[in-house]
Design a protein around this ligand. Sequence first.
Ligand code: SF4
Ligand code: SF4
Length: 246
Amino acid sequence: MLIDPQRCICCGECVALCPMNAIRLRPKDAASGRDAHAAIDRDECVECGVCFRSGVCPEAAIQEESLPWPRILRKAFSDPVFTHPGTDIPGRGTEEMKTNDVTGRFRAGMIGIGLEFGRPGVGTRLREAEAAIRRLLPLGVALEPNNPLTQLIADPATGALKSEVREEKVLSAIVEAIVPEEAFERVLAEVRAIAAAADTVISLGVIGKVAADGRVPAAEAMRRAGISPSLNGKVNVGLGRPAYRF
Ligand code: SF4
Ligand code: SF4
């Protein structure tokens, strides 16, 4: 995203709209005679498009630009109306976990995790998610192949991302994976360590099937690990036809 300094009248209307606080007002420069204007910190801008789409600028000074690789990743992960080329859906994840009753991605004995790095106001560098992937792979997790982060991995054995994408900043990125039930508590302990080392905020979403006897093994494991899960249930009453067979 760019601001045309020739058009900008430095009204400041766009500043509060930026979720990354990346728009700064520059005072008039007496030495060069340059008028006061707004400028975007390109390292902090995640190309979410909010400032442009809002139409707030009275002078049409905020202008979209053609984004080269790897900067286009910022938009792919941060702009909710941009269709991600890797998943064919807007946003930074794949199908929501709550559609599992149709997709059958998480079967009995398996637990799904969605580890989200960053939030509006904070953001994250892709290297934060890479560090988590590197720590989780040795525990036997299977990464979701259609997840946009998974598709940026250069070395599937270690989880190393393509080197040129690591420093790209995005609003948030989600590591999606399937964990064998017996490895779940070790994964939870590792997630705690990942969170302690991360330079951003992290949230963990977990999905597990209800067992035939009514137990929820994923929730039990979380309680043993000292985590109080907030349970949300979903029952397929037939509106979503399962697209899988056991
Ligand atoms: S595109 Fe988004 S992050 Fe970049 S300056 Fe505009 S509102 Fe801020
Ligand atoms: S809204 Fe437009 S004119 Fe006002 S500070 Fe932002 S870019 Fe400049």
